[in-house]
Design a protein around this ligand. Structure first.
Ligand SMILES: NC(=O)c1ccc[n+]([C@@H]2O[C@H](COP(=O)([O-])OP(=O)(O)OC[C@H]3O[C@@H](n4cnc5c(N)ncnc54)[C@H](OP(=O)(O)O)[C@@H]3O)[C@@H](O)[C@H]2O)c1
Length: 337
């Protein structure tokens, strides 16, 4: 196959910029189209790999015009913005990986309730595939529209998946989650100022974070039953990195070695999920700048404690999006990662 022509919309944002960095060294793609709203300097340093092409940067994003320049588009845009463009790109035969939440929920009422807005393009919701590679690989391969998962959902779902799949979980899961400041994107708010974040540990959106319904939706789909999820996120004074501590009620008492063996076997063929040795637990530094999710497990009678960590801008967003692109185009999943 010829090299794939790729566009990034929102390339000066945190996730868009991370995609840009990854793709500038990806052996199968040429970055042929970049656009954002800002008039800034051209990031020449990223194009040493794609020698043949110079990306187009113009004013406002126009899907019709953009479609002449690229065949796959990463939309690294805030929610409510992506939904304005996806339909037009699909109509002209383009494939899309959307990093926002706009296409993650097949049920529009859940999206509208949690994101407090009307969906402008609900007819495409059922067509989108939730881009968690470890679960939906077969569907991702065939789709033209991937809804890339949120960062907390990726860590939490991967952390609970083996127990869920084996039917070992009761319906209660408690998740204590922590993320670095880049999780909120680059926009300036009083709560994202250095003095507000530095030397501080802050719970936020306690039991009402918009990622809770996303986690619940996928866990319930996998488990085939209702899940009672308690989800409490915290902001930690780091640039990036995300760690979830999951307390899950088990159907029976289990030894740590049983849970460990289950996780090791379950993920043995996954290139980007690493289960640590018994008695070891992951830390955010282990995964910085990588597409890995690292997991440590232990048992306390009929409770499992699972600690799962990833880089929110990588496996939590940009590199997971590239993993999805690799799957969509039939390449080795780890290409360029
Ligand atoms: N940050 C994370 O850890 C993370 C993880 C998973 C998923 N996500 C999701 O990924 C998406 C992007 O997040 P982010 O953290 O990269 O956000 P960000 O840093 O705020 O960047 C957003 C980008 O979108 C552009 N943009 C905003 N409104 C636009 C419009 N109307 N038309 C064209 N471009 C527009 C911005 O352009 P300007 O540069 O001109 O402002 C900016 O480049 C969000 O939906 C977010 O929820 C983020």
């Amino acid at each position: 196959m010829e090299r794939l022509r790729v566009g990034i919309v929102g390339f000066r944002g945190y996730t868009g910029n991370t995609i840009l960095r990854i793709l500038s060294r990806h052996p199968k793609v040429d970055l042929t189209y970049l656009i954002d709203q800002e008039k800034g300097s051209f990031p020449e340093e990223f194009f040493s790999y794609s020698k043949k092409t110079k990306p187009i940067i113009s004013g406002e994003f126009d899907p019709g015009n953009a479609s002449h320049y690229a065949d796959l588009f990463f939309l690294a845009l805030p929610h409510t913005v992506s939904m304005l463009y996806v339909g037009d790109l699909l109509k002209v035969g383009k494939r899309v990986i959307d990093l926002s939440a706009d296409y993650r929920f097949p049920d529009v009422s859940i999206y509208e309730k949690w994101y407090q807005t009307r969906h402008k393009n609900p007819q495409l919701l059922k067509q989108a595939v939730y881009g968690l590679s470890e679960i939906f690989r077969a569907e991702i391969k065939k789709t033209d529209l991937v809804a890339n998962p949120g960062c907390y959902p990726t860590a939490t779902i991967l952390g609970t998946l083996p127990l869920l799949k084996k039917g070992l979980l009761k319906d209660e899961i408690i998740v204590d989650a922590k993320s670095g400041a880049s999780g909120a994107g680059k926009k300036l708010t009083p709560s994202s100022l250095f003095a507000a974040v530095n030397e501080n540990l802050r719970p936020y959106k306690v039991n009402c974070h918009q990622h809770a319904p996303e986690i619940k939706m996928i866990l319930e789909k996998v488990a085939g039953k209702q899940i009672d999820l308690t989800f409490v996120p915290h902001l930690i004074p780091m640039n990036k990195g995300l760690l979830t501590t999951i307390y899950a009620s088990l159907n029976k008492e289990m030894e740590t070695s049983e849970i460990f063996n289950l996780y090791r076997n379950f993920y043995s063929f996954e290139p980007f999920v690493k289960v640590l040795n018994k008695g070891e637990f992951p830390q955010t530094k282990d995964v910085l700048g990588t597409n890995y999710c690292r997991i440590g497990v232990t048992a306390n009678k009929n409770k499992a404690i699972i600690i799962s960590t990833l880089d929110n801008l990588m496996k939590g967003a940009a590199s997971q999006a590239v993993q999805n692109m690799n799957i969509m185009f039939g390449w080795e999943e780890s290409t360029g990662l």
